[in-house]
Write a protein that binds this ligand. Structure first.
Ligand code: GDP
Length: 330
């Protein structure tokens, strides 16, 4: 049995080719939900959805989000209508009262439907509407995710990190914004002062997550601050990681990041933006998988391979290195 902690790109890339090394039927994936938003009343869970669509063989692997060859008629009409009505585009937050008086799981990241600032495909939207419908009927996010994973024939067990709301908020000189406003609407341009995981102190790890964390854990090459950080901010998850065997794949080659905003976010949180900083952010990690070109000296065991993943074969190679690292420290 093995458990992967996942964001929306690096770890899904690894999972895409890990089947021959880690039996999917004995694999659990715990996804970050700090990036989730409510748009016009429905809950979007970008990191869960990437793994859902990957497992169902429907993921758009050009972007690592959304469903391949999806249409986006509703999204386009929402934009056209807003323009025709002279309604400003960009993230339109619901007012402060609505942020905490609506659906509990969507706290602190509730946006109106007007001019929909995130690109939501039509089939993608059907998933969000079904998820939200089941939540409104009384299911937990864990239960809804299991239902959707069955529908998509996902080969792994897929779990949200918590059934409680946690919102990743980015503090910038221009003010505080949800991660999706920072990343999708502003291309990650605003200067990052600090990162806050609103709700994390009150959120708990579900029994399913606690159970999964008693198995060896793999942190794929995900963003340590905004993909893994929300999980570490939940006491039950951090405590469990201290107890179990953990192998980490670095999302850096020394101080070069493969993609995304990890470098700026790590610097803002006081870590060196590098493999060394990743190791510092993960004091509970027992071993690391680093790229062949990464000369970082760490105080824990290291297995090296080519960690760039563009194909399933690349991912299988990294998965074998993870297996070797796990074998060395278990
Ligand atoms: P997000 O939710 O889209 O931010 O995705 P993740 O946090 O799961 O993944 C983002 C991280 O994946 C970035 O920090 C990248 O450096 C890392 N990454 C992307 N592609 C690769 C790759 O091919 N190899 C490795 N080692 N890391 C990668």
């Amino acid at each position: 049995m093995v458990t992967f902690l996942s964001g929306g790109t690096g770890t899904p890339k690894l999972l895409a080719g890990a089947d021959d090394v880690f039996d999917p039927a004995a694999t659990t994936v715990v996804s970050n939900t700090g990036d989730d938003v409510e748009l016009g009343g429905f809950l979007v869970c970008p990191d869960l959805d990437t793994v859902l669509f990957l497992g169902g063989d429907e993921l758009d692997t050009e972007t690592w989000w959304g469903i391949a060859e999806d249409t986006a008629e509703t999204h386009e009409h929402l934009q056209d209508l807003a323009e025709a009505a002279g309604l400003e585009s960009g993230p339109r937050y619901l007012d402060d009262d609505a942020q905490t008086s609506g659906r509990q799981i969507a706290r602190w990241r509730r946006f109106s439907a007007v001019a929909e600032f995130m690109y939501i495909g039509d089939r993608d939207r059907a998933v969000h509407l079904t998820r939200t419908g089941l939540l409104d009927e009384g299911d937990s996010l864990t239960e809804v995710t299991e239902t959707l994973a069955d529908a998509f024939d996902v080969p792994w067990r897929l779990l949200p990190m918590s059934d409680d709301p946690v919102a990743t908020l980015i503090h910038t000189p221009e003010g505080v914004m949800h991660f999706q406003e920072f990343w999708v609407a502003n291309d990650g341009d605003p200067e990052v002062e600090s990162v806050e995981f609103c709700g994390a102190a009150e959120a708990s790890a579900t029994p399913a997550v606690r159970d999964a964390l008693s198995d060896p854990v793999v942190l794929g090459p995900s963003n340590p601050i905004t993909s893994i950080g929300p999980m570490l901010a939940i006491d039950g998850i951090r405590d469990a990681l201290a107890e179990t065997t953990v192998v980490v794949v670095s999302p850096f080659v020394e101080d070069e990041v493969f993609s995304g905003p990890a470098a700026d976010l790590m610097a803002a949180e006081g870590y060196e933006a590098s493999t060394a900083g990743v190791a510092e952010a993960y004091p509970f990690a027992d071993a690391f998988v680093l790229d062949n070109a990464d000369g970082t000296k760490l105080d824990r065991p290291v297995v090296q391979t080519d960690t760039e993943m563009n194909t399933d074969d690349d991912a299988a190679r990294v998965a074998r290195a993870v297996e070797q690292a796990l074998g060395g420290v278990q």
